[in-house]
Design a protein around this ligand. Structure first.
Ligand code: SF4
Length: 354
């Protein structure tokens, strides 16, 4: 449950926050979803960017954010979006549940909340697709609430600042306890963004530039010369490997055979080439979608999901003449692939067969 954080009783006495905000005033990043100094933050833009930024880098998100904003300039427009068009616009960003939750959230905000985003962490946390981190980030950035925001960049800065040796993610409560007293009651949104910017540009994973860092006088890791030792990471377990077979078939007239995935589960509702599904050990048995002279590519297409690695063996064929598409499949012109919600995995498969 998300609660209102206890805030430093005398926040302006926290020299770290003062130094950080002064640095932010000079070095803040210009980002398309950010208001310029003195402008009001637009909650729709903050929410859209925070959903897109989950597990995704700023540079990757920028063009998607611009396209979304052009197509759906406000929450009312997004709530009225066609599901398939939105999934197609999202294709390539990954973690597609975010896109489906985004539609559900927009419809909830418009249909139930009169088009107005809640302005508290608790209210935001109740929205579809908004977890504890995202609720805190939106509350701080859009509504200047003194929320404790901890993303990957902030985690790195705070573990270094306090030389927190507990491995992450077990260190989260310690990180929170260390950060909470630093959050100022004035400008908490800028404070959160300042920490994000510091982590992105100064306190970087491999080459922290402690000499220009506004937190250097307060930093235990910098003092000990051990900055890159933090955050300590728990040993990673190897991901299980799943295997499958994918079929890329062209009709000889510039079209490719595709189908739509089921409405539930991984990549729900997205477009795919016919395939066997996947399982550990060996690929499930599956007949090719059409009789043809199939060639098997030497190297499998490898794609890493959050919880497993997938290796798809790709079979490819070109039909000698037009044939009807099998049931639940369709021929789609290669030129029209951009309007299909085709995940990166299947884009890789089609490219490998080219
Ligand atoms: S002094 Fe160095 S290690 Fe410490 S917060 Fe700044 S950049 Fe990171």
């Amino acid at each position: 449950m998300v609660g209102t954080p206890a805030i430093n009783a005398n926040p302006q006495s926290d020299l770290r926050s003062v130094a950080l905000l002064a640095w932010y005033d000079r070095h803040r990043r210009i980002l398309p979803w950010r208001a310029l100094p003195g402008e009001r933050m637009e909650p729709y833009r903050v929410w859209l960017s925070e959903i897109m930024l989950q597990q995704t880098t700023v540079e990757t998100v920028k063009p998607y954010f611009a396209r979304f904003l052009a197509a759906w300039p406000d929450i009312t427009a997004l709530a009225a979006a066609d599901d398939q068009a939105l999934l197609a616009a999202w294709a390539g960003l990954g973690y597609y549940a975010r896109a489906r939750n985004m539609i559900a959230c927009a419809r909830h905000v418009v249909g139930t909340l009169g088009g107005v985003f809640p302005d508290t962490e608790e209210g935001l946390r109740a929205l579809p697709g908004v977890g504890a981190y995202t609720a805190a980030a939106i509350a701080a950035i859009a509504f200047d609430r003194p929320a404790v925001v901890i993303d990957g960049n902030i985690e790195r800065v705070i573990t270094r600042l306090g030389a927190i040796a507990t491995p992450v993610p077990a260190a989260r409560p310690e990180i929170r306890a260390a950060l909470e007293p630093m959050v100022p009651s004035a400008r908490p949104g800028d404070f959160a963004q300042a920490l994000m910017d510091l982590g992105a540009g100064v306190c970087t994973p491999r080459n922290p530039d402690c000499l220009i860092c506004p937190l250097q006088p307060f930093c235990a890791a910098a003092k000990a010369g051990t900055a890159t030792a933090y955050p300590v990471k728990a040993a990673k377990k190897a991901k299980p490997v799943r295997f499958g077979t994918a079929y890329v078939v062209h009709d000889g007239a510039g079209r490719i055979l595709l189908r739509t995935r089921p409405g539930k589960g991984l990549l729900a509702g997205m477009t795919e080439v016919p395939n066997s599904g996947w399982s550990e050990g060996e690929a499930p048995a599956a007949a090719p979608p059409l009789k043809a002279d199939w060639l098997v590519l030497n190297a499998p297409v490898v794609h890493v999901f959050t919880h497993f690695e997938l290796r798809l063996t790709v079979h490819t064929a070109t039909m000698p003449g037009p044939v009807p598409a099998p049931e639940d499949m369709r021929w789609v012109a290669i030129a029209d692939l951009d309007s299909e919600p085709l995940p990166t995995l299947f884009r890789k498969v089609i490219a490998a067969a080219d």
